[in-house]
Design a protein around this ligand. Structure first.
Ligand SMILES: [Zn+2]
Length: 338
């Protein structure tokens, strides 16, 4: 064992040891290492630096220039840092462009906490699901993801801060159900929160049931893209079960629509279950110059002022942007009560 390898192993050992002694729910894992949830500050819980839509079989870092991605994304993450954002959650999973090394460079350069993830994306008709996911069991997939949590992603030493999966509209397909089960097992081992790109309320409520059956409390699960669901009753039902409801399509053309969604949750006394983000970015692999990069600043310059005009207090805005993300991403095993 050479010295560098030894130091890396020692660092892993001590970070694992400190995880075990840390109070439950008292850590969040960033690409630069653990922080306390209270250090997260204003958080964007769902954005993307890089996405490659080519498909699981062809996705590879050789398809893009990491330096170009870094240079393209840096002014955008610096911009939100200057606007008060302290934590940025990158929601691009493996096999669709996850690149922890670029995220680490951006986190250092911008002075921003950045989280990456483990898990597979089963939405988009399974185009981004790798072959081995069909052959392996949920337990085997979970072992891969837990290994990333314990040892870091590939050789980077960078650990995931949450589990990102995706499912198509329900009823859940066999592969999507397997991904949910693997996520549940991974949660029980790691305490990492599960964020799931979810097609509709049928898929959302089935996932909540599957998690409960596996022993996981719904408050360990984020309904990503909840805005797409037209049935507000289903969204309220999920929130009342403890799930996080993420309205993550805030963009320049959808301000008032998103204000109404958040207001409906407030009126239902469910503001404490809501996360808000933009699903913006990103460097589009395969497009000249990375294509059109949607900035990450709309939430700060347009949406929060619109919430204030709609009567939201500063403490309600703090709950949405600071307290809720800290509670959602705090690492803690959350078991369902039978
Ligand atoms: Zn997204």
């Amino acid at each position: 064992m050479n010295r560098r390898h030894f130091l890396k192993q020692a660092a892993l050992y001590f970070s694992a040891a400190s995880m075990q002694t840390a109070p439950r729910g008292d850590q969040v894992m960033t690409v630069l290492g653990p922080i306390r949830p209270s250090e997260m500050g204003m958080t964007l819980p769902h954005e993307h630096v890089l996405v490659d839509f080519v498909g699981a079989e062809q996705a590879s870092p050789s398809r893009y220039d990491a330096e170009a991605v870094f240079k393209t994304a840096l002014p955008h993450v610096r911009r939100v840092r200057a606007l008060g954002c302290r934590t940025f959650v990158d929601c691009t999973p493996a096999f669709i462009g996850r690149d922890p090394g670029i995220l680490k460079r951006l986190a250092s350069a911008a002075g921003l906490n950045i989280l990456t993830n483990t898990g597979y994306y089963g939405a988009a008709n399974d185009k981004f699901v790798p072959r081995h996911a069909y052959d392996e069991t949920a337990e085997q997939l979970s072992q891969r993801w837990v290994r990333e949590w314990q040892q870091g992603i590939a050789e980077t030493g960078i650990r995931p801060g949450f589990i990102k999966i995706g499912v198509d509209s329900g009823p859940l397909s066999a592969i999507d159900r397997k991904l949910v089960q693997a996520a549940a097992l991974t949660h029980l081992e790691s305490g990492l929160t599960i964020a799931s790109h979810t097609g509709n309320s049928v898929a959302a409520l089935e996932q909540i049931e599957a998690l409960k059956e596996a022993g996981v409390d719904p408050n360990a699960w984020i309904w990503v893209h909840a805005k797409r669901e037209p049935d507000a009753g289903a969204v309220f039902k999920a929130a009342r079960s403890g799930a996080w409801i993420e309205f993550d399509s805030i963009g320049p053309t959808r301000i008032s629509q998103n204000v109404e969604l958040v207001k409906a949750m407030k009126d239902a006394r469910l503001l404490g279950r809501v996360l808000i983000s933009q699903d913006a970015g990103w460097y589009h692999v395969g497009e000249p110059g990375g294509g059109k990069f949607q900035p990450f600043d709309t939430l700060f310059v347009e949406f929060l002022p619109a919430l204030r005009r709609a009567g939201f207090s500063q403490s309600e805005i703090n709950a949405l942007t600071i307290a809720n993300p800290a509670a959602a991403f705090g690492i803690k095993v959350r078991r369902s009560t039978p």
